[in-house]
Ligand binder design. Sequence first.
Ligand code: GN1
Ligand code: MG
Length: 366
Amino acid sequence: MEEKKRLNEIVTHFVREKDQPLTEPLGKGHINDSYRVVAGDQVYVLQRINHHIFRNVEQLQNNIFRVTSHIRKKLEEKAVPDIDRRVLTLLPTHDGALFHRDDNGDYWRMMLFITESKSYDEINPELAYRAGQAFGEFQQMLADLPGEPLFETIPNFHNMEARLYTFRESVKADRAGRLEQVASLVAEIEKRADEMCLAEKMHREGILPKRTNHCDTKVNNILFDQNDEVLCVVDLDTVMPGYVLSDFGDFIRTAANTGAEDERNLENVSVDLKIFEGYARGYLQKASSFLTEVEINHLAYGAKLLTYMQTVRFFTDYLDGDTYYKIASPDHNLIRTKAQFKLLQSLEEHYDEMQRIIREIAGRSR
Ligand code: GN1
Ligand code: MG
């Protein structure tokens, strides 16, 4: 079936056919495919869920439903206006299901489109401060989520020990025959392996808790309104139990980089400490009430860890022959690996400064 027709057929499981839905591609995620749908006078987002990555779509959707319902309830209690633009709203199918499975075995979901919003791939310190508040508040609102812990939509997602295990398997297998040219980079990864497994070790020792984390705190997963006020945190597929230092670190990795995630010119890549400082200020303002000393002391470490982890993930995918991330050129994953590694080196150089900034802010907000 022609792609457009197929999409339209899928949409009619969620909206009425007589609203004549129109679908067009949207966004640039590495994992799912997204479309903007206009039907009647409503705008929606349609997504094909990548079920090779998210293996249990039912549990995934159930997580998102629990998270968004809980946040919605909190916003209602506070009588916040315009709630549909401040939390995602899943649209059930006509049968009341949270997703639709088509004849090809693909999984689809729909939600309301957040109108008059924008996202950034790069921001300034003031917006970083607002984003820090937003993710701090997100964790805070989910701190009392009732019921069982959330399902781990990707098992061991931010577990560095597990990531290194997979990486080493890929090095051994060298499936795409690419290892020879990148041996020195493998050595750089191994040199840091022990240091980067510290979070897992602290968790086993009982000194680092798991909380409900977003696990993809990319700067472009925050929607701002036309006045640059934060509207909403989006992309909730990976919301699951994790360490707060992970969420903190992933934001720094993506927002405090002076270059792009896949920058070819490595001279452009370094940490922007003004963004770091802005984010830390916003985040700690909301989160310092529930964080432990150990968690606060490891936020800057989290920036190194998540950048290292992303280096390892891109590198693994490169060695495997590009099976996970969408690529735009044959060396895309290698370019990404090198760019992330350069950022890691910059974070290492500025680690003491980052620690000083955190201590300074935490001292004031406690
Ligand atoms: C993926 O596709 P996107 O931008 O939502 C990935 C993140 C990585 C990121 C790297 C489920 O996120 O973990 O950090 O790419 N999501 C998944 O840019 O693997
Ligand atoms: Mg994502």
